[in-house]
Design a protein around this ligand. Structure first.
Ligand code: NAD
Length: 243
């Protein structure tokens, strides 16, 4: 039970990786404050609350922190999972769509961290983990907004790690493909889902897609005292795609 007496805000807890992370923290004794754009999360637990928030708005991020303190008295862990993937090239993407993706994926992390830092600073051993992507390091076609937004998350993480050391450790994970609702639609639309899974697996030296639990385990490690000498780290949890 690494997170007894810890209170964690998990953004994007209404789906996919964020939902898995919220469950992991609950299993390990934490109180969890989930947030996301949906009206509710699926997790029902007396140690968890949910706050609907559009993290492109700083006031919504501030409200998540206020509700967390109201419910559980403090916040000493933050995990930023919320994000979107829009598909498109420079040529076929509208400027407003590009700005929207940056505003959710990068601006949302900025807003949540800025809102939470004053509360995190009050407590010893506070941590932040952000979720980037291997595509923030290695671009692929048709991700004209996504790749730069995730590159931004990587650098934002390093900037915050410097700014808040030694008090708060700030780290980032770079997932490879994980079968979450963000990806599920591609399987539903595929003529041969098995072939698609094989095609995705072949992108990775470990020859498989990631699991939500792979991401939750890495995030739990970076949020725990076991990683006490690690900050500003960009952890590749992507099956070797960046080797
Ligand atoms: N699934 C993958 O293959 C994969 C790979 C690399 C990186 N990632 C990253 O992992 C994170 C989680 O991805 P996922 O696959 O679990 O996605 P998902 O689509 O299952 O969940 C996305 C979450 O983000 C939240 N969200 C979206 N817009 C928001 C907004 N404006 N304000 C607040 N919350 C908002 C949603 O409410 C939802 O909870 C994302 O940052 C994504 O870029 C995912």
């Amino acid at each position: 039970m690494r997170f007894t007496d810890k209170v964690v805000i998990v953004t994007g807890a209404s789906s996919g990786i964020g939902e898995g992370v919220a469950k992991k923290f609950l299993e390990e004794g934490a109180k969890v404050v989930g947030c996301g754009i949906e009206p509710a999360m699926k997790i029902e637990d007396s140690n968890a609350i949910y706050v609907q928030a559009d993290l492109t708005k700083f006031e919504d991020a501030q409200n998540v922190v206020a509700k967390a303190v109201e419910a559980f008295g403090l916040v000493n862990k933050l995990v930023c999972c919320a994000g979107v993937t829009f598909i498109g090239s420079l040529e076929n993407t509208e400027s407003a769509t590009f700005m929207r993706e940056l505003s959710i994926n990068l601006g949302g992390v900025f807003n949540m961290c800025k809102a939470a830092m004053p509360e995190l600073q009050k407590h010893e051993g506070s941590t932040v983990v952000t979720v980037g992507s291997d595509l923030g390091v290695h671009p692929i076609p048709e991700r004209i907004g996504y790749c730069p937004s995730k590159a931004g998350v990587i650098m934002l993480t390093k900037c915050m790690a410097l700014e808040y050391a030694p008090k708060i450790r700030v780290n980032c994970i770079l997932p490879g493909l994980v079968r979450t609702p963000m990806i599920e639609q591609r399987f539903q639309e595929a003529e041969d889902p098995k072939a698609l899974e094989e095609a995705y697996a072949s992108l990775y030296p470990l020859h498989k897609m990631g699991k939500i639990s792979d991401m939750a385990n890495a995030i739990a490690f970076l949020s725990s005292d076991e990683s006490g000498f690690i900050t500003g780290e960009i952890m590749h949890v992507c099956g070797g795609s960046l080797i």
